[in-house]
Design a binder for this molecule. Sequence first.
Ligand SMILES: [Cu+2]
Length: 69
Amino acid sequence: MKTTTINISGMTCMGCTNSIRIVLERINGVSVADISLEKNQAKIQYDPEKTTINKFEEAIIKAGFEINT
Ligand SMILES: [Cu+2]
């Protein structure tokens, strides 16, 4: 298991954090997605043999948010 942090912009409420959590946890290989509205961050625990950070970023963008690098 690995953990990564992704900075996100565009989240305004718990509904946003929830929808991001749901799309991330639906990705095969993700065990936990912890989304912080305060920090504008997603902390993701995943299996690097099953998925990649690219997939997380794609899913977040598809859900209507932006990635801050
Ligand atoms: Cu919202």
